[in-house]
Design a protein around this ligand. Structure first.
Ligand code: TRP
Length: 447
């Protein structure tokens, strides 16, 4: 069977499509707002450059040299103990777990596309009430849009790397860049822009707590799609003689650029109409719709455009979250793409419904365990534990387990003078940083 590969541009679009997601447009602005702006942005940018770049290259290398699903790649690349290392490949399961909460949130964005085409809430109070009603009372609407997301994502991944994922990204990534770009250009003409700029780029170091540092590291992973074999799996379909360094730099630049543009645009709009930047998770679903209403007809148009952008960003990331498991089922168990896609899809669909129930008023108590409901648990366990653990395993694997000749053969030429720095960072700095983050998380080590 001939294996379909990405084209060069297709790979970059698909990897950037994976990286740029709800994390950039929904999560980044709100955690920046909650964590006080500049200092947090600074910590995030440093982590992206130091840890993000180093690890993205390592993850690409495993996929590119392994050429198979994540489990098989670890198994064939480990010089010894491969029956043990293959289990590292199961980090791909984290993608399905992420989809449990990610798919319902994409569903909200679809609901907001429809809402902004019809009528926007006319005040922050009404917007709040609308969002709260949707999330805590309107299980039916959420399940309806969740079902659409399930059907769409399953359909695209069933079509394969080339006919499904690459095509989707060829179409939606330009949509995303044009929509976010035009709103940004408009934002630069408003007075609020200067305030937004100051908020994001003038650090107030007193606001940088250890908790916000850990959030910054966790977010750097999440936003770059690292730590669960997405980039690895996509890289297995790279064309021969690809430049991994260039690809990863472009992906990181696009991802960071779009996050900063989204942050600046949203904060400009919020400042312009006197709303607060630190509204938390409801920022884009509560404060923003009310601001769009205030803006009049251009605001109505922007609301529609904004939620289309948000949904596009979410969908291209969603396919990348399920693809690693699908490739595993296809490579190891000879599943057809359709059967593999349906299995993976049904998994996140059904658990996603439980996540929706767990935030509802009526069923919430049933699905709340300890301090968190099921929805928040999946977010916490994946983003804060599984992704850093996946990152740690990959840095140890490429840095200490794979023979160095294999690594050097590909990356020495591409990295040139930077090769020794990269390799050192991968072997020592990244694992150390990740161990600190993980220990801090379980409360053994207080930063
Ligand atoms: N990066 C995406 C976002 O910012 C989410 C995502 C897609 C992801 N694939 C991933 C996160 C793999 C971690 C691992 O929304």
């Amino acid at each position: 069977m001939k294996i379909a590969r990405f084209s060069r541009v297709g790979f970059i679009l698909a990897a950037a499509g994976s990286a740029v997601g709800l994390g950039n447009i929904w999560k980044f602005p709100y955690i920046t707002g909650v964590n006080g702006g500049g200092a947090f942005v600074f910590a995030y940018l440093i982590t992206v450059l130091m840890i993000g770049f180093t690890l993205m290259l390592a993850e690409m290398l495993i996929g590119y040299t392994g050429r198979k699903d994540s489990v098989t790649s670890f198994e064939t690349l480990a010089p010894q103990q491969n029956s043990l290392w293959k289990y590292a490949g199961f980090m791909s399961l984290a993608g399905l777990f992420i989809m449990i909460f990610y798919a319902p949130v994409i569903g909200w964005t679809l609901h907001f596309i429809v809402l902004s085409a019809a009528n926007l809430p006319s005040s922050v109070e009404m917007a709040k009430e609308h969002f709260n009603t949707l999330v805590s009372l309107d299980v039916g609407t959420q399940i309806f849009y969740h079902t659409l997301v399930f059907i769409f994502v399953t359909y695209v991944v069933a079509k394969g790397i080339k006919g499904g994922i690459e095509k989707l990204n060829y179409f939606l990534m330009p949509v995303l860049i044009v929509t976010m770009g035009s709103m940004f250009i408009y934002a630069t003409s408003l007075d609020g822009f200067e305030k937004a700029w100051t908020f994001m780029f003038s650090p107030d170091w007193s606001k940088l707590t250890s908790a916000s540092l850990v959030t910054a590291v966790g977010h750097a992973f999440f936003t770059l799609s690292l730590g669960m074999a997405t980039i690895m799996t996509y890289s297995a379909s790279l064309p021969k003689d690809s430049n991994l360094v260039r690809s990863s730099l472009i992906v990181i630049a696009l991802d960071t650029g779009i996050a900063l543009v989204a942050g600046l645009t949203l904060f400009t709009f919020l400042y312009e109409y006197g709303a607060s930047p630190s509204a938390g998770p409801g920022l884009v679903f509560v404060s923003l719709p009310a601001v769009f209403y205030e803006m009049g007809s251009v605001g109505h148009l922007f609301a529609f455009v904004f939620f289309v952008a948000l949904a596009s960003a979410g969908l291209t990331s969603a396919v990348s979250l399920v693809e690693p498991v699908i490739q595993y089922l296809v490579d190891r168990y000879s599943f057809s793409r359709l059967k593999a896609s349906l299995s993976a899809g049904l998994f996140f669909y059904l658990f996603g419904i439980i996540a929706i129930l767990s935030i509802s008023k009526e069923y919430g108590a049933l699905f709340t365990f300890g301090s968190r409901n099921f929805f928040d648990w999946t977010d916490f366990v994946t983003a804060s534990i599984m992704l850093p653990t996946g990152g740690l395993l990959m840095s140890l694997f490429v840095g200490h387990v794979m023979q160095e000749e294999r690594v050097a053969k590909i990356l020495k030429k591409q990295l040139g003078l930077f090769y020794p720095f990269w390799y050192f960072s991968l072997r020592y700095i990244v694992p150390l940083a990740l161990v600190i983050v993980l220990l801090n998380l379980v409360g053994i080590l207080e930063l």
